[in-house]
Design a binder for this molecule. Structure first.
Ligand code: S3P
Length: 169
């Protein structure tokens, strides 16, 4: 890789940020930093538990804190889907490096997340409607924060990682 600034992955839950992050880390041999994992480690509990016991606001503050401690060179950063909800976080992300939006259709995202039980924000009476509402709110924020977008519907994680590397080159 010619460019050495960090690659930062943003996008909705189920966009593949963690799995693409792992692929990128493998291909670049740069370390992967995952904001959700770092927050969980800081609190000594899962993200779902942090949401339950401390609430979303405190979780968002923790996201800001971990972003301020991220390296800005030779690193892959995978973020939580709601990180763009705070304007402060968007500026921190942009300062870290190249921001890539992993985009996918609503139906694809729903398919990917509905097999998992780990997303506290989707534990509602109508998860599909919740996903749709959150996505409508956030899609413009992802777009505005990103340097470029990768459409991931038809791609597997290694292909998305390759596309990013080609683009960043
Ligand atoms: C969230 C997404 C999750 C995690 C938390 C909140 C969100 O990360 O940060 O449950 O607000 O969309 P993933 O996008 O990795 O699932």
């Amino acid at each position: 890789m010619r460019r050495e600034e960090a690659i930062v992955l943003i996008g909705f839950m189920g966009a593949g940020k963690t799995s693409v992050g792992r692929e990128l880390a493998r291909l670049t041999e740069w370390p992967l930093f995952d904001t959700d994992d770092m927050i969980a480690a800081n609190f000594g509990s899962s993200v779902a538990q942090v949401f339950e016991t401390r609430g979303e606001e405190e979780f968002r503050e923790a996201e800001s804190r971990v972003l301020t401690r991220m390296p800005t060179r030779r690193a892959i950063v995978a973020t939580g889907g709601g990180i763009v909800m705070r304007a402060e976080n968007v500026s921190l992300l942009k300062r870290l490096g190249t921001v890539v939006y992993l985009e996918a259709r609503e139906s694809t995202l729903f398919e990917r997340v509905s097999s998992e039980e780990t997303r506290p924000l989707l534990k509602t009476d109508d998860p599909r409607a919740t996903l749709s509402r959150l996505l409508a709110q956030r899609a413009p924020l992802y777009q505005a924060a990103a340097d470029f977008t990768v459409h991931t519907n038809e791609l597997r994680a290694p292909e998305v990682a390759e596309a990013i590397i080609q683009h960043v080159g």
